[in-house]
Design a protein around this ligand. Structure first.
Ligand SMILES: [Zn+2]
Length: 267
């Protein structure tokens, strides 16, 4: 697995010949389904996810299959010999040699794994680097918008400790956490699933995003709900000014403070 992952890091067209039938079959037949299920029941999910990441990222074609003829078999055998002679310590050095690149690509049994255009999306949605750039950018936007909308200066720590607050129900915490990490399965997430692509579109015709669903959509009555919320707020909170939330304010919900009277607040 490790070697296959290493091979996918090579530039250009990569051909991987391996005797490991089970892994080959899993990559060809099961990986896509596992990925759609977010590797929920997959053994060694970390390793598979890593491999998937590199396959998606690879810009050229990747061909993977069993040896096609005696010369393929000979190459594999020789490499195996070399590895067992040198021992594990040299495994790193040998990685490149184990992988015959640009080597015998014909054959019906060697199926193709081509790069998918969804690579960017997957990176974004799966957030493969947890706390990575995308999340960091969202955190910055939350702080900026909180300052603008609530006159409340917050830093990233406030957002994280905020959502740990015991008074916030778990469901809400979970929802906010997913919002911050862009983990909700909406819109573009569906685009990479065969036959489900139409689920990416809201019934109003727009691409669904959490921002669209919560704030913008005219068809799902989200605007009516905010108007209703405003009414209820104004009836019950005479001392606190109502703020119409945007997606950043909602993402930073845990960091909102309701201390001072006659100042802006939102719950
Ligand atoms: Zn809509």
């Amino acid at each position: 697995m490790l070697l296959i992952t290493e091979a996918t890091k090579e530039k250009g067209k990569v051909t991987i010949i391996t005797n490991l039938q089970k892994i080959t079959m899993n990559i060809h037949d099961k990986m896509e389904q596992w990925e759609q299920l977010d590797y929920l029941e997959t053994k060694n999910k970390k390793i598979w996810r890593n491999l998937e990441y590199h396959i998606r990222k690879h810009k050229g074609e990747i061909l993977l299959g069993p040896p096609r003829d005696t010369s393929d078999i000979k190459i594999l055998e020789e490499l195996e010999k070399t590895i067992s002679k040198r021992g594990d310590q040299n495994e790193k050095k040998l990685k490149k040699k184990v992988i015959p690149i640009e080597y015998r690509i014909e054959g019906a049994e060697i199926r193709r794994l081509t790069q998918k255009t969804t690579y960017e999306l997957i990176l974004q949605e799966k957030n493969l680097k947890p706390g990575g750039e995308q999340t960091q950018k969202r955190i910055e936007d939350i702080c900026k918008e909180h300052k603008r909308k609530t006159e409340n200066r917050i830093i990233s720590k406030d957002i994280w400790t905020g959502i740990k607050n015991k008074r916030i129900p778990f469901k809400v915490k979970d929802f906010i956490w997913k919002l911050i990490h862009n983990r909700h399965k909406v819109g573009d997430w569906f685009k990479k699933i065969p036959n489900w692509q139409d689920k990416a579109i809201c019934e109003c015709g727009e691409i669904e995003t959490m921002n669209h669903i919560l704030i913008e959509c005219e068809k799902n009555k989200s605007r009516d709900i905010w108007q209703e919320a405003e009414k209820i707020w104004k009836e019950n909170n005479k001392d606190f000014k109502w703020i119409r939330p945007n997606i950043e304010v909602i993402r930073g919900l845990g960091a909102i403070q309701l201390k001072e009277q006659n100042r802006i607040a939102l719950e």
